[in-house]
Design a protein around this ligand. Structure first.
Ligand code: ATP
Ligand code: MG
Length: 463
């Protein structure tokens, strides 16, 4: 993308309405525009990151064997009357009446609708196990929408639902989700710690929330500092391997880590004092096993091996896709702006032309642009006729992890400059070497092999 042809309305001033850094930086970088309280348009740069996050979620869900689909945003109230949640859900539910006078609602979640789909089409235990998911907009009329996309009213969420014959099978689905979530967040450059949580209105005996530690987080959390040393890394996972998934769950949940709702002072005191931490965290996901809570009232049953009809064991699993943008920025920024992890960056590399209009500099930038594109990467070329200082400030603000700076002086010696946004370190390289280095960085990132990444591009080629 060439900046002169793009739409990236960067703000010079700090917007007064933003209380936390991620909200401020998203507004300043021209990523989002508020349309009403807690309701945002995703401007092109923000939309790109949203799509990259979404692509990782899709890829990791499908790696775990889960099947993508799409349910509507607007749902009939009657489904929710069947589960008993229509009245229970309260003011957070946006209720709508259509022209026929029918009660509808904008979905805050989809347990009822997926149970309805299941009962319409699945009748035998032989069709299990089954996990379906979608990534769709949700609406919750939050009392206090704030912090930008962190607590919106309309927000984008991946929600998945498993259907299993037995509790044991459903607990494997639970463990499988936990494992796939660990991988998902790590690919986004985030440490999200699974913590024992409370079921809330969705209910359930088993539930973990995934928290990113950040001062601006809304949740109070208590943990053993050793949990922050755990990393998932590039493990080979067989998602059908019950023992492997269980042992990873144990590895990541045996140490004390709980939200305030389940915090137990007596147990916490069993952690050596020097390792006890209390902090704040951003909830970026949650997994639940809730057994037959929805399948029973809604008649989501299958015929078991003995011919008897039994309600299926279910769980639901959510990732806050739009909230993740805020969480990633909270975890990765400096005074100058955002620092995108490679896994989610809107463009892989910036190209800054120090002397727009200079034949050699222009030609070198065009050649770099073509070479990076040929490597399967998306560069952002700042081809504006602006001073170098302004171009650097914009690049720092929008946070691309790598920048190639091109100027007549360097070109005389056959070199350009490659700079890391995270460390600020620069090195002089020939244009070819710079392209190879950047391509190599992305090819090896987060366990995603280059070829796999190219396949994944199907998800975001239209941005
Ligand atoms: P919270 O406690 O933050 O209100 P929740 O526990 O009600 O969230 P879930 O039903 O578990 O939310 O939804 C799954 C994920 O969706 C959450 O982990 C969170 O990341 C995201 N999410 C929930 N509410 C919002 C919101 N209002 N704005 C943005 N993301 C949200
Ligand atoms: Mg939750």
């Amino acid at each position: 993308m060439r900046l002169t042809r793009y739409f990236m309305p960067v703000l010079r001033e700090n917007p007064a309405e933003a209380q936390i850094v991620s909200h401020r930086l998203m507004l300043r970088a021209g990523m989002i525009k508020q349309n009403a309280a807690g309701i945002y348009s995703w401007l092109p740069l923000g939309f790109r990151v949203l799509r990259r996050i979404e692509a990782i979620v899709h890829e990791e869900q499908q790696r775990a064997g889960h099947i993508p689909m799409l349910m509507p945003t607007v749902q009939p109230a009657d489904l929710w009357r069947e589960s008993g949640r229509y009245d229970d859900y309260g003011e957070e539910m946006l209720r709508i009446t259509d022209r026929q006078g029918r009660d509808m609602l904008y979905g805050p979640t989809n347990e009822e609708m997926i149970s309805d789909i299941f009962r319409s089409h699945v009748g035998s235990y032989k069709d299990l196990p089954l996990t379906l998911y979608h990534i769709q907009w949700k609406f919750r009329d939050e009392m206090r929408p704030r912090f930008g996309v962190m607590r919106g009213r309309e927000f984008y969420m991946k929600d998945g639902y498993n259907f299993d014959l037995t509790k044991e099978d459903a607990l494997h689905a639970y463990n499988r989700h936990l494992v796939s979530y660990l991988r998902t967040y790590e690919r986004m450059g985030l440490q999200a710690i699974p913590m024992r949580a409370d079921g809330g209105p969705i209910g359930g005996d088993y539930t973990h929330e995934f928290l990113v530690l950040a001062e601006t987080g809304e949740s109070e959390v208590f943990y053993d500092s050793m949990v922050t040393d755990l990393t998932f890394g590039d493990r080979d996972i067989d998602y059908d391997d019950v023992a492997q998934c269980r042992s990873i769950l144990e590895e990541f949940t045996n140490l004390y880590a709980r939200t305030d709702e389940t915090h137990d002072v007596a147990v916490f005191e069993g952690v050596p004092e020097e390792r006890r931490r209390s902090a704040r965290g951003i909830e970026v996901g949650q997994i639940f096993y809730f057994g037959t809570k929805y399948s029973e009232p809604m008649g989501a049953t299958v015929q078991g091996p003995d011919g008897k009809s039994v309600p299926v064991h279910m769980g639901s699993h959510g990732i806050g896709v739009s909230r993740l943008l805020g969480a990633i920025i909270e975890a990765s920024h400096d005074d100058k702006g955002i620092i995108w992890p490679e896994g989610v960056t809107p463009f892989h590399c910036g190209i800054v032309n120090l002397k727009q209009g200079d034949n050699d500099a222009d030609a070198a930038c065009e050649a770099l642009y073509a070479a990076l594109t040929a490597e399967g990467l998306d560069p952002l070329y700042d081809d504006r006729d602006e001073r170098a200082g302004g171009k650097f400030a914009t690049m720092d603000l929008i946070g691309l992890p790598w920048r190639i700076t091109v100027g007549p002086r360097g070109l005389k010696n056959g070199v350009v400059e490659l700079t890391s946004r995270r460390t600020g370190e620069s090195e002089e390289l020939t244009p070819d070497e710079a392209v190879k280095k950047v391509a190599g960085i992305y090819g090896g990132h987060g366990g995603t092999k280059h070829v796999e990444m190219m396949k994944q591009r199907a998800f975001h080629t239209y941005i």
